[in-house]
Design a protein around this ligand. Structure first.
Ligand SMILES: [Mn+2]
Length: 194
C-alpha cells in the first residue's frame, strides 16, 4: 500500500500526518481549528484518502502557522507515498458544486511545483479560521507535493461554500491523479522521470 507518516516539529507547530492512498477506512483530523478540520475531512472523504492529522500549533498567535504547516506536511506525505509515480494517471480534474458555488481544481503530478489560485472571499473569518490562509495552504501543499495545481472558484457567493468546494475538488482531483491504471506502463512521462 502507498502510505506515508511524517512529523514536523518547529517552535510554531508540532504536526503529524499519516496518509494512505489506498485505504480510506481511517480519517481522524484534529488541528484545533474547527473549520479547517471540516475542510480536511471533506478533502479526505471525497478524495478517498486515509488521513490522520494531529496538529498542536501556536493558535494563540493566529491560525496561519498551523494551516500552512499542515499543508507542508500533507504535501510531503503525498510526495513520499507516491514514490517514483510508476503507473499513475498523473493528471486529475474535478469540478465540485455546493448550492450556488462552483469550483474547479486541475492537478498534474509533474514534479514541478506551481500554484495558480483564483478565488476571492468576502468573509475574512469562518469561526477560528482565516479565509485568506486557504491560498497559503494550497501553496504549501503544491510546493511540498511537487505538483502543479490550478484552483479556481468559478462563481459563488457564500465563503464557506467557496472554500469547501475548493477542498473537495482538491481531494477528487488528487484521487484521479494518484489512481493506478494498469494500461500505464512505468512512469508516465516522455522524460522517463517526474
Ligand atoms: Mn460545510
Amino acid at each position: 500500500m502507498r502510505q506515508a507518516t511524517i512529523t514536523r516539529d518547529t517552535a510554531e507547530t508540532k504536526i503529524t500526518v499519516s496518509l494512505n492512498l489506498d485505504d480510506y477506512s481511517t480519517i481522524d483530523i484534529d488541528t484545533g481549528i474547527g473549520f479547517f478540520d471540516h475542510m480536511l475531512n471533506a478533502f479526505a472523504k471525497h478524495g478517498r484518502f486515509g488521513l490522520v492529522v494531529k496538529a498542536d500549533g501556536d493558535l494563540q498567535v493566529d491560525p496561519h502557522h498551523t494551516t500552512e504547516d499542515v499543508g507542508i506536511v500533507l504535501g510531503q506525505c503525498f510526495k513520499q507515498a507516491l514514490g517514483d509515480k510508476a503507473g499513475i494517471e498523473r493528471f486529475g480534474t474535478a469540478f465540485v458544486p455546493l448550492d450556488e458555488t462552483l469550483s474547479r481544481v486541475v492537478i498534474d503530478l509533474s514534479g514541478r511545483s506551481y500554484l495558480v489560485f483564483d478565488a476571492e472571499f468576502d468573509n475574512p473569518k469562518l469561526g477560528g479560521y482565516d479565509t485568506e490562509v486557504t491560498e497559503d495552504f494550497f501553496q504549501a501543499f503544491a510546493f511540498n507535493a511537487e505538483l502543479n495545481c490550478h484552483a479556481a472558484v468559478l462563481y459563488g457567493r457564500n465563503t464557506h461554500h467557496k472554500i469547501e468546494t475548493l477542498f473537495k475538488a482538491l481531494g477528487r482531483a488528487m484521487r484521479a491523479a494518484v489512481t493506478l491504471n494498469p494500461e500505464i506502463k512505468g512512469i508516465p512521462s516522455t522524460k522517463g522521470v517526474i
